[in-house]
Design a protein around this ligand. Sequence first.
Ligand SMILES: [Zn+2]
Length: 299
Amino acid sequence: MPPASEKENYMIESYFLKQIGIVKSEIKDSKEMPIYGVSAQVIVYPEYQDGLDGIDENSHLIIFGWLHQADREKLKVVPRKINPNADEKGVFSLRSPVRPNPIAICSAQLIKRENNVLYLDRIDFIDGTPIVDIKPYSTGLDSIFSAKRPTEINPSSPPFNKGGMGGFLGENLPRTEIFQNMLFEAAHFHGEICVGLAIGVRVCYVAMKHLNTSLRDKKLKIVCYTKACVADAVQSLCGASNKRFTHLEPEDRVEFTKDDQKLIIKITSKKLNSVEEVFKLPYEEVFESVINPPLDKGR
Ligand SMILES: [Zn+2]
């Protein structure tokens, strides 16, 4: 409890929000919504259309939804969609819709605008979600490349081989969906989806599994002897600045080092033609070899 003098200054107030628009999406049920959402539209009500002037100059927007059906009383929940076995946590440490003010945010690419309709590459709000605000996304303000997730902050979070996902969303998902989510994150850095990016995703997945590490662990060092697309995927998924990431001449190889472990991943020299192929192929066909050599202690 705060001291009495401070308590006197406490104000318990309610504020009115104006709904400025609504989501039009093919997904009607939140249980069916993929973690990263689907392409959808935001219809801004005509009386707010003037507020959209100039918005087309932005490639990406932050959309604020109001999840009117959410529970507003609970302060601790289990993030079921991410991991049904996770511990309960405070709602302000989670993206759960459950919270005193059920505001949801989603950063999305603005594909096009037609009058009062915004076409977005993805949004994880279901059909009919009220929209309360829209702001331009700013790389400088909003993007924190090296930000850490709970697995790095909380050492008791389960590591990869115990059902954890090394910091990635969706540890309870099938592998193909995990690949898709990683690809999606890597594309934010790379700027497009391509075969090389998909190869980088598989490289990172193997590294997480073999080294049982979060890719964002500060002790994980990476040297990519690959083409730029693969390197971009690895660098982005590892959240690694050049302190722990090096990109050298392509030899279809990535080396990871952490503590006294080293992993050398040799990528197939066979030409892979599509993202689908890269994700579908068995491990042995994507990689020529994956070896843990002893570390050279002489250095
Ligand atoms: Zn590429």
